[in-house]
Design a protein around this ligand. Structure first.
Ligand SMILES: Nc1ncnc2c1ncn2[C@@H]1O[C@H](COP(=O)(O)OP(=O)(O)OP(=O)(O)O)[C@@H](O)[C@H]1O
Ligand SMILES: [Mg+2]
Length: 272
């Protein structure tokens, strides 16, 4: 189970996020990007965040630490924006805290051409979890201390908004994926990562989700049954037919060769 902490201050909204996450401080003296239960599509988004980030971590990707944060809506009392007031009121109680990475930059493949092995492993992972939210427009990857960090998995596992549509063989459209042009080693990524997806691993991952976010799911007896359904879906996808596996890119994009010499700093100066 994720560690439980309590929020002590609402610092500021992260306005670039569609779901209006906020930066909050907590009683463990940490600072977090908080994703609220009362936003948009509700608690299932938080379930996807936990399942995918905890799976990513166990497959060797970097992703910020997650905790469950208790939010008292009074903490937003001085926040003038009514939308934020309403969001906090609708989110009283348990929400998701994502360790805030100070000074992280948004990932940009022109400034930081990714290694083909990493690109292939990440495309494989996003295809596994049906993640439609890693496009070049909005990569949901951060560059921090020279590494790529995965964030924002709320849109993945989208079949859970209507469990009858869950299909472990469903194809994955990688046309918009930010790293698809660099993913030249899909077969190697598939061989390496599919082996790691075991019942024990999925028990550990699904066990991290607070029961409260899984209770009263239509069609399921209890939270444990929902955990089992996620695990069975991912096991079937990882070990069944490979119709969902994206084709590898033919080779790295040619016109990027010159840009490889540019540093991240040069890129950001140029962008201003
Ligand atoms: N842990 C973090 N550390 C630093 N910055 C973060 C962190 N989490 C989020 N951010 C920043 O806040 C933005 C919004 O966060 P996030 O993508 O999780 O929200 P969202 O509402 O789900 O976004 P989207 O509009 O992509 O659906 C990110 O693009 C990033 O710039
Ligand atoms: Mg985002």
């Amino acid at each position: 189970m994720l560690e439980e902490i309590a929020a002590t201050r609402y610092v500021t909204p992260l306005r670039e996020g569609g779901s209006l996450p906020g930066v909050m401080e907590a009683d463990d003296l940490g600072t977090y990007a908080v994703k609220f239960r009362g936003a948009g599509q509700g608690r299932r988004v938080l379930v996807a965040e936990v399942l995918c980030a905890e799976l990513a971590r166990r497959l060797g990707f970097r992703t910020p630490e997650l905790k469950v944060i208790d939010v008292d809506p009074q903490l937003g009392a001085r926040e003038p924006d009514e939308e934020i007031q309403d969001l906090l009121k609708a989110s009283a109680g348990r929400n998701l805290a994502v360790d805030f990475l100070p000074g992280a930059l948004g990932f940009e493949p022109l400034a930081w051409p990714p290694d083909p092995a990493l690109a292939s492993r990440l495309l494989w992972f996003d295809a596994l979890i049906h993640n439609v939210d890693r496009s070049w427009r909005n990569p949901n990857l951060l560059l921090w201390h020279g590494d790529v960090w995965l964030i924002d998995h709320g849109a993945a596992l989208w079949f859970h908004h209507n469990w009858r549509t869950a299909d472990p063989q469903r194809g994955f459209d990688s046309g918009d994926h930010v790293l698809a042009p660099f993913a030249t080693e899909m077969a190697a990524a598939d061989a390496e990562l599919s082996e790691l997806i075991t019942p024990d691993l999925l028990d550990a991952v699904t066990g991290e989700v607070p029961g409260e976010w899984l209770e009263d799911e239509p069609g399921f007896a209890d939270a444990q049954a929902v955990r089992r359904a996620y695990a069975e879906h991912l096991l079937a996808r990882a070990h069944g037919p490979r119709a969902w596996l994206p084709e590898p890119a033919a080779g790295p994009p040619q016109d990027r060769r010159e840009q490889k010499t540019g540093s991240i700093g040069t890129f950001w100066k140029g962008a201003r």
